[in-house]
Design a protein around this ligand. Sequence first.
Ligand SMILES: O=P(O)(O)OC[C@H]1O[C@H](O)[C@H](O)[C@@H](O)[C@@H]1O
Length: 557
Amino acid sequence: MLTQTRAWQRLQEHHRQVSGSHMRDLFDRDDRRMQRFSLQFEDLLFDFSKNRITDQTLELLCDLARECGLADRIEGMFAGEAVNCTEGRAALHVALRNRSNRPMKVDGEDVMPAVNAVLTQMRSFVEGVHSGAWRGFSGERIRDVVNIGIGGSDLGPRMIVQALTPYHHSGLKVHFVSNIDPADLLDTLAGLRPETTLFLVASKTFGTQETLANAHAAKDWFLRCAGDQQHVARHFVAISTHRQRVRDFGIDPENMFTFWDWVGGRYSLWSAIGLSIALAVGMQRFEELLAGAHAVDEHFRSAPFEKNLPVVMALLGIWYINFFGAASHAIVPYAQHLQRLPAYLQQADMESNGKTTTCEGRAVSWDTGPVVWGEPGTNGQHAFFQLLHQGSRLVPVDFLLPACSHYALGAHQDMLLANCLAQAEALMRGRTEDEVRRQLREEGLGTAEIERLAPHRVFPGNRPSNLFMFGKLAPRTLGSLVALYEHKIYVQGVLWGVNSFDQWGVELGKKLADTILSELQGEGDLREHDSSTTALIHRVRCFPRRSGCQSGDSGQQ
Ligand SMILES: O=P(O)(O)OC[C@H]1O[C@H](O)[C@H](O)[C@@H](O)[C@@H]1O
């Protein structure tokens, strides 16, 4: 039991001692604080000095990790043990990027030959599309790729493809369709020609309602132009673990890229699910991404906890969630191309650790995963930073900051950097009432006005943040960053005692949606619902929406 460990008890005591201290004093007392509380990993600097910690905090948190058996659990994951306890499966996404090619086993079998075979298949496909050897049915080159998938079969590739915009292959545009909202597919198809469009139907299970409905609609759109069913083979490939369902859909298993049930959906961008990434940036860049993640895997496996980046990230999170009562964690990349990182991490973190039952089936009596949210800076500054600075809640922030841009435009990048560093400093230092009064006096305000305004202009500070700084956002660095977060999530799951690799919580809504769908489409009696749901279903039935939808459809065709 987490809360019964000796380290937990000591952390509670320690929290009582340190929670009153202010980070500005900790910095004033120690001019080497940044050096002591930062870690360098290749190109990545992780500055965690602006946290409400001392040496002892870190020691005690590492003790907690030791008492929870973290070392064995890390080894267990790499050894292919069934760390996904409810589904009895390994979670071996590290094998997908195992550039050392050391054997990695699941149920006694080395998975590396199969992993490498799919990478080879991806390489030849990507090269074929890029060179023009793979063409559409009319003989034209492929110009647009549409990845149809949702959740883990969308968020990772979508985030990475956007993050690597400067590396995009010039002749190809990659699009993503995920939502069952008809607007998503129709808006995307509106600018495309069937002759030059390639669809990647990405679904681990090949049973996801949204993906199958969108894929069927895309196939209809394609066939309306291509006519002959045989042409589907040049324009639809599948990425899945489920061969039979791929065949049933009408995609030749020859055009299927496989992966395995030991790859969790939200950990799958490193598998064939990353085909859209490889098409966007080329196979070499994709492999650089894998290499960056692999380097972090080696670090995670071997570095002592105090120097282990994902372990430190995880322990800091636990410090705020379990001892300061923080309920959320903001991700603020100061990089426009990392716009989708918060959304990606929402799934990675919240679907992994949004749980309250331990692997032994007991209810936890401690808080688990935070609400993850965020937006790129500087936009976020003009939206939610008010609450970060002066709100009543403690929200730890992760800043991600590329020191250099791929683009040159006046002083833009320096302004971006200055803003990020200023926000982190302001969150930490705050502004005292004395400082406010002094400033207002300098601004020439009278005493009464100063008294009136001073309380509003005080910043409490002492608000924690981590900062990742790196050079340009390159594939290897990005691979490392994502792997760091993945392992952070695993470490937290281990300490909280939950299974980070299942997602039973998304099932109930899906089941109810199936029932309600048939009720919306039928005229008969409704099954038992609460009065609110019943009334809403009746209301939908009364809307003249069908004609509206049809005219919308035909407008797009
Ligand atoms: O890849 P698929 O099998 O289509 O699954 C897509 C997504 O669906 C689900 O509802 C899960 O919550 C996600 O973890 C998963 O990534």
